[in-house]
Unconditional design. Structure first.
Length: 135
């Protein structure tokens, strides 16, 4: 019973962190769209700041996933912070600001956001199962 309670606490924390991360990624995605069509140096900097913040949150999410997985028999939750490629193409994106790099960065943000949403659904399911077991 105590393990279930501990797992639930981690799952709740993970859920909150995923909501925050999703919001940051959504903001980065919006800045990325603006960057694609009419942005410049400043827009790229703001987008990159959002991506850096999301990357930091994804590292925390990864840690929480590992903690929660240790309580779940045979269920592994994963989300690699590296999927965002936070440092990859940074120079091209900010200093040379070309359309090809902007499209690639936008695709990375979109893919990461989708994976965060998928993980959020998984965590909700786990919370439901753990809550049911605790009752």
């Amino acid at each position: 019973m105590q393990n279930i309670s501990q797992a639930l606490n981690i799952a709740y924390t993970l859920r909150e962190k995923l909501v925050i991360t999703k919001n940051i990624l959504s903001s980065a995605k919006n800045w990325g769209i603006y960057d694609l069509w009419s942005g410049g140096f400043f827009t790229s900097l703001v987008k990159r700041e959002k991506m850096d913040n999301a990357y930091k949150d994804l590292k925390e999410v990864e840690k929480l996933c590992n903690e929660l997985s240790s309580y779940l028999n045979g269920i592994t939750l994963t989300l690699s912070p590296n999927m965002l490629n936070a440092d990859k193409n940074r120079g091209w994106d900010i200093w040379f600001d070309n359309l090809f790099t902007d499209f690639k960065v936008q695709r990375d943000i979109k893919n990461t956001l989708e994976k965060v949403c998928d993980l959020q659904d998984e965590v909700e399911d786990i919370i439901d199962i753990l809550t049911e077991k605790q009752s």
